[in-house]
Design a protein around this ligand. Sequence first.
Ligand SMILES: [Zn+2]
Length: 184
Amino acid sequence: MKRINKQCLNCGEEFLPKTVTSVYCSHICSKKAYKQKIKRLKIEEEVKALTDKIPANRAFISVPEAGMLFGIAKRTLYRLVEQGKIPSVNLGTRLVRIDRRVMEGMFGPARSLHVAESAPKKKLYSLEKEDCYSIGEIAQRFQISEGSVYSHIRKYSIPTRQIGKHVYAPKSEIDNLYNGNDFI
Ligand SMILES: [Zn+2]
């Protein structure tokens, strides 16, 4: 069997492989690649240890947590939050919280397998303004106090989104909640 040149997976140089399974041009490249792999695994392990501590059912996560869970640089996230591209709740200085489900909507499932497996089944809803009620609208529509609306939203982990001064929740989730009789 005629062997053809391959490209080294470490340095990118072409080489004539010694065996069909060779992927590195030299012992040095193979060693470097191995070291990098160990380093990567170590980082992944550290990230996993941290992300495992974030409860899967916690709706609001900090920016560093979101960065780890979704594999996005903190700096990028802070910028997106500042630009209003990721809706956030500000609980005080350096206490920006992001709705995890908004992150999932934008970036796909969180990368920690542990978290993804134990997370509740993803519901289909839209957090677009036209698909949401404001808390005031909910209170008026269903004849309950805004305080009760907030406590039900917390109790049933309904996603919310802040736009300007108002908090919005998806119509589908709210209708589901209050059109049933057993919501209290
Ligand atoms: Zn090489």
